[in-house]
Design a protein around this ligand. Structure first.
Ligand code: CO
Length: 137
């Protein structure tokens, strides 16, 4: 089940300039940065109540963000819904005809498991589903 708006991702080819904009100009505190090697992506996180802005930049000029910036330029990249049952949501949405960009969830930032819905099946919006690890009891 989708439980919230996890983050809004903005693609940039200049992570330091984008961090400076959100941190210094907009005054949103930076929570941290993380490299996601599986996606060849560097990320920076700016939490806001209930969600966060995630800046995504190519790592070493490689990966899906590099391709996206080359094709469409920097800008809004995707939105991400949090889910408490990623397999269940994938199965439910596949049955409705939605397409995914991979067969199964992959490791994302913060120990999440993530998958993307293809924008051609969602009215032009790249949508990520993310399931956060359950806290140990
Ligand atoms: Co994301």
């Amino acid at each position: 089940m989708i439980t919230g708006l996890d983050h809004i991702a903005i693609a940039t080819d200049d992570l330091q300039a984008a961090i400076k904009r959100f941190l210094e100009d907009f005054g949103i505190p930076l929570a941290g940065t993380e490299v996601v090697p599986t996606e060849s992506t560097s990320t920076a996180f700016f939490p806001l109540p209930g969600t966060r802005i995630e800046l995504v930049a190519p790592l070493d000029g490689q990966g899906p963000i590099a391709a996206s910036v080359a094709k469409r330029g920097p800008g809004l990249h995707h939105i991400c819904f949090s889910t408490d049952d990623i397999e269940g949501d994938i199965e439910r949405l596949r049955a409705k005809g939605y397409r995914f960009t991979s067969d199964a969830p992959k490791p994302g930032a913060h120990g999440t498991r993530v998958i993307f819905l293809h924008p051609k099946s969602t009215g032009g919006v790249l949508i990520e589903l993310a399931q956060h690890p359950t806290e140990p009891a």
